[in-house]
Design a protein around this ligand. Structure first.
Ligand SMILES: CC(C)(COP(=O)(O)OP(=O)(O)OC[C@H]1O[C@@H](n2cnc3c(N)ncnc32)[C@H](O)[C@@H]1OP(=O)(O)O)[C@@H](O)C(=O)NCCC(=O)NCCS
Length: 410
């Protein structure tokens, strides 16, 4: 068990024991102003409380969430980190940093290949190798700015037994995405059975019962003036008709405003930014969009993460070495090369003649999750790669829009 020598005495870093739980929870709910009865839900299969304990006192703690990310249809184990909190009297002694470093080593030893967190400060987590992995667009409008498309009548309420069908539709969509949260049937069943969430489904006419081609998951809350707000927790549609149906459904909500944390691609596909709804009044905003940084991402095990993706690497004959610098997990510095061998790809030890993409773990993580292409990184001086190898690098790590829906936030 790792022991930390701090100015005020030796401390232990470990998984919480039952006697630590109450102290840790008090630190967490106080630091994050959480409801006292239970922590908020998360998208993972299970969670683990990790603590730093000195003389029986929990001085720092965090919660580790076990989930999976889907990168172009390949599911990779992910350790989500939340509620990092140090006792107010014990701050600035290195406890949270030691806990973070130990947790990353533990993740690696346990076969967890990636990690995600929603930070309070992006700067704080950079020193542990995390970097911005995705943004979201906060979209706000009045319902009367949303077109009341006739296809809204084709929508219906979701049923509690529709988890399997929704999981299939979601999986198909996420296989196109560079990085999203994987959701299995168990999670979909939980969402469908959650009384706080309203699921609305669209099926292509003529394919009822077999063909979900869009859904929206909704919840209601109040704004700071007490007005009713419809919160779009997740919205996905395949094709213009399904988009019209679900967007049209939102137009009928008896609320004062609609709020949706969307990816830029989905917001564009919804056409809400250039709404064809008739204009009711003057120069007030028809909608407001704010783009915000959302989550930080890190690859925990470069070799295993590359191997997991090897089957999905593009066809062709190519060779690209990767040289990553990683102070915290130096095992990630092993020189590796991706070889394209016709129909399949393979990860091998790099040879001296292999053209090489070089960068820090933070930049490599951004490239790996598709936040930034190798060309975009090299062009900003954030990574190095010979010009003739950049095309291969861009094909191996295509950029897109990593996105984690509000529903999967933790
Ligand atoms: C943030 C927090 C977990 C750090 O715990 P800690 O045990 O004091 O952390 P360490 O001693 O390892 O590191 C201290 C560093 O964190 C920095 N830090 C503390 N609060 C910060 C903040 N709000 N924004 C940015 N950096 C912060 C300190 O400036 C110090 O930086 P340095 O290493 O460059 O000197 C602790 O201050 C805390 O519990 N805050 C309240 C809860 C919270 O905001 N948690 C956010 C985590 S998601």
């Amino acid at each position: 068990m790792p022991v930390l020598d701090a100015p005020s005495g030796a401390a232990e870093i470990r998984t919480a024991r039952p006697e630590d739980e109450e102290q840790a929870w008090k630190l967490q709910h106080t630091a994050f102003s959480l409801e006292k009865d239970a922590p908020p839900p998360h998208p993972g299969s299970h969670e683990e409380l990790r603590v730093v304990v000195r003389g029986g006192k929990v001085v720092s703690c965090l919660t580790l969430i076990h989930a999976e990310l889907s990168l172009k249809g390949v599911d990779l184990p992910m350790g989500g980190i939340r509620h990092v909190a140090t006792h107010p009297e014990e701050q600035n002694q290195g406890y949270a940093s030691a806990l973070m470093r130990d947790t990353l080593r533990k993740l690696r030893a346990g076969g967890i290949l990636t990690t995600v967190l929603f930070p309070f400060s992006f700067r704080y987590y950079r020193k542990f190798g995390y970097e911005l992995g995705g943004n979201h667009c906060q979209f706000w409008c009045r319902p009367n700015c949303i077109p009341a498309y006739a296809e809204r009548r084709e929508c219906r309420r979701g049923r509690p037994d529709e988890g399997a069908a929704l999981a299939r539709f979601y999986r198909e969509r996420s296989s196109q995405s560079v990085c999203s949260m994987a959701r299995d049937e168990r999670r979909w069943n939980a969402l469908c059975g959650d009384p706080a969430i309203q699921a609305v489904i669209h099926e292509a006419p003529g394919h009822e019962g077999t063909g979900i081609d869009g859904y929206v998951l909704l919840a209601e809350s109040r704004d700071s003036y007490g007005g009713r707000v419809l919160r779009v927790l997740d919205l996905a549609a395949d094709g213009a008709r399904a988009w019209r149906a679900l967007v049209g459904y939102l137009s009928q909500a008896p609320v004062e405003s609609v709020e949706w944390y969307a990816s830029a691609a989905d917001l564009a596909a919804s056409r809400l930014m250039h709404s064809p709804a008739p204009l009711r009044e003057g120069f007030k905003p028809r909608g407001i969009v704010t783009v915000r940084p959302m989550f930080q991402f890190r690859v925990v095990d470069v070799e295993a993460a590359l191997r997991a993706r090897a089957a999905a690497f593009p066809e062709g004959t190519y060779r690209l070495a990767l040289r990553v610098t990683d102070d915290l997990l130096p095992e990630n510095e092993k020189p590796l090369a991706v070889h394209g061998l016709g129909e399949r790809g393979e990860v091998r030890r790099a040879g001296p003649a292999d053209p090489c993409l070089e960068g820090d773990i933070r930049i490599f993580s951004q490239i790996f999750c598709g936040y930034m292409s190798p060309s975009e990184a090299v062009s900003q001086g954030l990574a190095r790669c010979p010009a003739e190898a950049l095309e291969t690098a861009d094909r191996l790590f295509p950029s897109g829009e990593p996105f984690i829906s509000e529903l999967d936030r933790f």
